[in-house]
Every structure is written in structure tokens, then in C-alpha cells.
Write a protein that binds this ligand. Structure first.
Ligand SMILES: [Zn+2]
Length: 379
């Protein structure tokens, strides 16, 4: 089985390389807007359309005449038109918005379609027409490199390398695990494990809030405000990176240890409407995490099942009695038959049972996992 895997690395370009990146990015955005304008004009004035091949031919003629467009690698320019036609396709076939002119802060990357080489030993990446660029190696790149995109982030430049690699499924294991979104913690498993957000993430979030306050205190248009805005952007980037790293490690571990993982089919949009939950859901980035579980389960021959979210908190996982009075603030509760339940753990067990499809075995699962003994410590 072959899979596309994307690696993200921070680049450490020289000053000159950074200038080239910025210049190429500007040229690509210009070309994108130019082609969009051209297509629009053709349609409004002549009611005709132009296909991708023809527009690319015209583009290579322009590149020969205009130096600051011609300096960009021809395949990188081609990819700009690929993007434009993809946006058009999204409009016609999927009912997405009509292509818009790209503003400076919206157009943030350009792509190489071939000729990328990685020198793993010396931590540099060879890019066509640009040469060797140093990068911060966090993991080895495996597989055949298909494309590489240079991305401008709030703090510096990053590279996303898409590789095609043969994925070897992991040998199968027995475990089936239910996961519930924790309100205080990141998640709770049906085995009674509570996974908290890592401490360093709290620390970074605290710094982020501080940076946010600093910006609002500074006078608009002042130099100090500019500096504060830059600091805020860096803080945002760091939180984003730290969270992604945490999600990667946790999702890989869960996929390795379990054959089947069952989660709620969360409607993120609906949840964000509920303001009490909004902040914790958005902060926890649950959606990103589920996406990782989803593609990693496919890579490694595991299964991810999503079940309907209704009543998973209200039902007693031991006897099935429904607590209609359960409030969001109730962290633990006792059912009419005297079963004492910890809210998130109870929900995780219900989610697991829904996925497995046989509710009667709830007690078995419950007692098998040794939770009875742990109960006092969990509550
Ligand atoms: Zn009960």
C-alpha cells in the first residue's frame, strides 16, 4: 500500500535565500491574480474560457519577457495555475466560492513539483534554482519526494515535503478503545486513562494571553505595537507547533496500542456554538487530533469508528439508566441503581460500547480493565 505522507520542517535560510523566497512568493501571487483576471476578462468580454495548457503556454512566454517572473522555476509557476484551476473546479463542482484575488497575507506558499533532494547527513534540502537550504531536522524523510512547498509563517519559513511511501501495516492487536473529549483534560479513555494537555502547552498559552494583552495596550500605529504584534505571532506559532507535536505523539501511540479506536462523531460547529465548551474545544484542537487518528489508522491497518454522540454522558455505562438531569458542571454522578460514575470515563465506556455494538458487555469491560479497584482513585 502506498500513502502520501507530509513532513513539516522549519527552514534556516540565509538572508539572501529569504529574499529570494519573498520575491518568488510575490511573483507567484502576482501570476495567480494575473491569470484570474485574464480568465475573468475572457469570460465577461468574449464569453470564452481558456484551458490550463493554453494559459501555461502564455505564461511561459510572459516569463521569458519579464525577469522577475522568469526567475521563478517554471514548474513553480505551473503550480500557480494548478491552484487557480483547482479553485475554479471547487466553485463549479463542489459549490465553493468563486475564486478571489489573493491578498498578500493570504498567499503564503509556493511549490516545487520536482528536483527536490534531501541531504539527510548535512541537514540541507536542495531546491531547484535556489540551491541548498538548511533545515531543522526533526525526523528522517522516508519515501519518494513528490512535491515540496515553501510556506511563509508568522515566524520564518517552513517546508512541507510530500512523499509517497509504502506503508507497512502494524501487526494486529486485540485492544478496542473508546475516547471521550475531556473538558478539563484533553481526553479520557475507556480504560480509565486521563490524558491531560501537556504542561508546556499551558505555559505557552499563558504567554500567548500575555502577548495578546501587550498588543492591546500599545498605541495603534506605534513601533512598540508592531513589535508586540510580532511577539504575539511568534507566541501563536509556538502554541500551534507544540499542540501539533503533542497530537502526533499521542495519536501514534494510541494507534500502535489499539486495533480499533472509537470516538464520538463530533459536530465541531455545533459544539463551538455552546460557549462554555467553545474555548476548551477550540484550544484542545480535537479536530486536528481526530484527523491524525483517521489517516494513521489507514496507514497502519487499524480501524477508527465514529459513533453518534447523543446520550453518551447521560447513560449509566453499567445498567443503561439515563440521567436526564445531568448538568455540564456535574463531574461525577450516581445512577438510580447506585452505580457511581465519573462523567468522562462513563462517556468513554459508552462510546466504546456503541462502537463495539453490544451494550450488555459493559460490566465485563468495566471489571476486566481493573477499574473497579481503581474507582476510588478515579473519583
Ligand atoms: Zn447504573
Amino acid at each position: 500500500m502506498k500513502q502520501i505522507k507530509t513532513y513539516h520542517f522549519k527552514l534556516n535560510p540565509t538572508k539572501a535565500q529569504e529574499q529570494t523566497f519573498a520575491q518568488w512568493l510575490g511573483s507567484c501571487r502576482y501570476v495567480y491574480n494575473l491569470c484570474l483576471d485574464y480568465k475573468k476578462q475572457l469570460y465577461t468580454s468574449h464569453r470564452t474560457s481558456i484551458n490550463k495548457n493554453d494559459i501555461q503556454k502564455e505564461l511561459s512566454a510572459i516569463a521569458k519577457e519579464i525577469a522577475w517572473i522568469g526567475c521563478v522555476h517554471s514548474q513553480t509557476l505551473q503550480e500557480v495555475t494548478d491552484r487557480l484551476f483547482k479553485t475554479y473546479e471547487g466553485f463549479f463542482k463542489q459549490g465553493k466560492g468563486f475564486p478571489k484575488f489573493a491578498k498578500r497575507n493570504q498567499y503564503r506558499s509556493f511549490t516545487f513539483k520536482q528536483g527536490i533532494k534531501i541531504h539527510q547527513g548535512i541537514n540541507s534540502i536542495q531546491l531547484p534554482k535556489i540551491g541548498k537550504v538548511n533545515y531543522r531536522k526533526s525526523q528522517p524523510v522516508e519515501g519518494i519526494i513528490k512535491t515540496a512547498s515553501i510556506i511563509k509563517e508568522a515566524v520564518g519559513w517552513y517546508i512541507a515535503i510530500c512523499c509517497e511511501a509504502a506503508i507497512i501495516p502494524l501487526s494486529s492487536v486485540e485492544n478496542t478503545l473508546g475516547l471521550d473529549v475531556g473538558i478539563k483534560s484533553f481526553l479520557v479513555t475507556s480504560d480509565g486513562v486521563v490524558v491531560d494537555n501537556p504542561k508546556h502547552l499551558y505555559h505557552r498559552q499563558y504567554r500567548l494571553r500575555k502577548a495578546q494583552r501587550a498588543v492591546s495596550r500599545k498605541k495603534k500605529g506605534s513601533n512598540n505595537r508592531k513589535k508586540a504584534v510580532q511577539k504575539l505571532a511568534r507566541a501563536h506559532q509556538k502554541v500551534k507547533n507544540a499542540r501539533k507535536d503533542f497530537h502526533h505523539k499521542l495519536s501514534t501511540q494510541l494507534i500502535r496500542e489499539n486495533q480499533t479506536i472509537i470516538t464520538e462523531n463530533l459536530q465541531i460547529k455545533n459544539m463551538v456554538k455552546n460557549h462554555k465548551l467553545a474555548k476548551s474545544i477550540a484550544d484542545a484542537g480535537w479536530y486536528q487530533f481526530i484527523q491524525m487518528l483517521e489517516y494513521k489508522s489507514k496507514w497502519y491497518g487499524r480501524e477508527l469508528i465514529k459513533v453518534a454522540a447523543n446520550h453518551t454522558s447521560q447513560d449509566c455505562s453499567v445498567c443503561g439508566w439515563r440521567n436526564k438531569e445531568l448538568q455540564l458542571k456535574d463531574r461525577s454522578w450516581t445512577c438510580i441503581n447506585g452505580h457511581t460514575l465519573k462523567r468522562d470515563l462513563n462517556a468513554a465506556i459508552n462510546i466504546r460500547n456503541k462502537g463495539v455494538g453490544h451494550t450488555p458487555s459493559a460490566w465485563e469491560i468495566y471489571s476486566d480493565s481493573g477499574r473497579v479497584a481503581q474507582e476510588s482513585h478515579l473519583l
